[in-house]
Design a protein around this ligand. Sequence first.
Ligand code: SAH
Ligand code: SF4
Length: 365
Amino acid sequence: MSVRIEDIVNKASLQKEDIVRLLRSKAEEARVIYEKAGQVKEEYVGKKTYFRGLLEFSNICAKNCFYCGIRRQNGNTVRYFMTDNEILEQVKYAIDNRFASVVLQSGERTDRRFTTRVTSLLEKISALAEGKEIGVTLSMGEQSRETFEEWFRAGANRYLIRIEASNKELYEKLHPSDAVHDYDKRLQAVKLLQDIGYQTGTGVMIGLPFQTYEDLADDLLFMKKHDIDMVGMGPYIEHKDTPLYKYRHLLPSKRERFELSLKMVAILRIMMKDLNIAATTAMQTLDPVGREKALKVGANVIMPNLTPVKYREGYLLYEDKPCLDEEVEECRSCLEARIAMAGDEIGYDELGTSRHYHQRMNKKN
Ligand code: SAH
Ligand code: SF4
């Protein structure tokens, strides 16, 4: 006799086979998962969405991940680095508009010129905040313990580093086999960040070539096992100037990748009730209201893009990224209306720290 979806979503703890069953569910059944996830969100983190102003401040990258449009070997991308003033202006915009939190993202570089520049930028951001507490999230890949610590001291308090694929074999298919694309080092970076005291975020891409439902179930169990505070995950979207493009015939349709991403968000909310989950831009790329759908089924963070329009063409991690020509003001007003439609209120002026982080730190002390 087959188990009912209702019974699975109400279990105290989901096992791998439960998750696989949920991921395979058809539209009618998936509705049950979404409803449950919406309830869990409301009960544990409230019907609230937090804004994080996203600044993609440089597309210069030393790495060559097979899926990414700004990989070092893609010669078709014009490289840029925003000036400190341009960055600070956008951070000021975020503060003035009561976002209370920004995310600084870039390609991965570990050279001292880069790391000290980020340190000085963080100091300038702290000065700009004038004693007001703001969330500063970094997303700049793997760094040494010293660099992570230096940035932490300079004012960064959150870090996003996706494991990309928690299955090591799959990870290895998506990256060159050399010392800088090493699964164990990536995992080590997650642990380092937690140890230093960062609110730590990770995530995966969904619908990758060679990826199975079992892999995706393991991805969710990975977040749980490693006690992650924040998750950003979204569909893999192909980019023609990347090596992975040749496997596009293996991909599920974009609609399927979107549905699968929505299920991943919902199942994660059911499994880990108090963490922060982002409604990612990649979800919006595959569905015009994709982020709002994600908010309804458990996500509680949105990252409005504050990158100046003139740089956006340069930050195409994947094709068809939305809002390429929309300045933030426009994006913000459309976002407000859309979030209200999703039934949430916006957590203006609130840090929106992951409740899970508090739990984890309490356990540690
Ligand atoms: N360089 C940093 C941060 C920028 S890349 C890092 O790699 O951690 C941010 C994220 O973009 C990556 O973690 C990856 O999950 C995502 N990404 C890259 N290429 C993508 C693609 N083709 N489709 C979907 N997401 C992609
Ligand atoms: Fe560089 Fe990050 Fe893209 Fe990899 S995913 S190539 S590290 S920007």
